[in-house]
Design a protein around this ligand. Structure first.
Ligand code: MF3
Ligand code: CO
Length: 258
């Protein structure tokens, strides 16, 4: 069942979203060659606490960190470690946190150093696909309209679309119904209504879409070692269309500049 959130719940999710955006803005300047992904995670965890947010990944099914940091051919759920960031790394930072019990989930891709043209096109495509999916999050549409819009944008540029992981409903829980695939048929699936809240998150590769989970039990990597990207926003469907809870300013300026 897809829950319909009332105004009070949505307000808390909005607050979670704007604090999460602030957190990303403050952490963005730290992303530089020489930093380890664990140091980055620790900075994220400290900022989450400072803002009165609560991490929803730390302790989730035994996961020990406040963020997932996935580097290059790692797609999602990268576990922060002593890995040192270096020029030429494409990293995906994914954070889910709640404010007074209500979650927001957000991911952005960042490049260490000067981004080459082909990587910029790749990341911009995922960002555009996310935007096209979000545009479909209006009352009366169907869930498949979101998935199909994402798929169309990614396939137009010939990138691989991860099938084994998906976006999700969100609210009191990080993961709620429905599962939001990044491939699908327009006109199919449940009808969308005001008050539904979704975390929409295209995951793409420069190669094939086959992925596997590494020995750490979390990190998802491309089987062909191709570069992967991931962006995610939390969106509430309103009578007037989608309201994105995890946008604005520096974090997006950094992504947009890619
Ligand atoms: N934030 C991730 C998502 O988009 C969830 C990470 S699950 C974790 O669904 F356990 F790895 F943290
Ligand atoms: Co998510």
């Amino acid at each position: 069942m897809i829950t319909i959130k009332n105004k009070a719940s949505i307000r808390k999710m909005e607050q979670a979203g704007s604090l999460l955006v602030e957190m990303f803005e403050e952490v963005t300047p730290l992303i530089k060659a020489g930093l380890t992904t664990l140091e980055l995670d620790q900075a994220i965890e400290a900022l989450i606490k400072k803002k009165g947010l609560e991490s929803r990944t730390k302790g989730y099914m035994g996961y020990a960190h406040a963020s997932c940091i996935s580097v290059n051919d790692e797609v999602v759920h990268g576990v922060p470690s002593g890995r040192v960031l270096k020029d030429g790394d494409l990293i995906k930072v994914d954070v889910c946190a709640s404010w007074r019990g209500y979650c927001a989930d957000m991911a952005r891709s960042f490049y260490v150093g000067t981004m080459p043209e082909d990587v910029a096109r790749f990341v911009e495509n995922a960002q555009r696909a996310l935007n096209k999916g979000i545009e479909q999050a209006v009352p009366g549409n169907r869930l498949g309209d979101i998935s199909a819009a994402i798929q169309k944008e990614i396939e137009a540029d010939g990138y691989g679309i991860i099938r084994d992981f998906a976006g999700h409903g969100i609210g009191k829980q990080m993961h709620e119904a429905p599962e939001i695939l990044n491939v699908g048929q327009a006109g199919e699936g449940p009808v969308l209504r005001a008050g539904m809240a979704f975390a929409i998150e295209p995951m793409t590769t420069m190669g094939a879409h086959t992925v596997y989970i590494t020995d750490d039990g979390w990190t998802v990597k491309t089987a062909d070692k191709s570069l992967a990207t991931h962006v995610e926003d939390t969106v509430v469907i309103t009578e007037n269309g989608p309201k994105i809870l995890t946008r604005t300013t520096a974090a997006d300026a950094a992504s947009d500049a890619l």
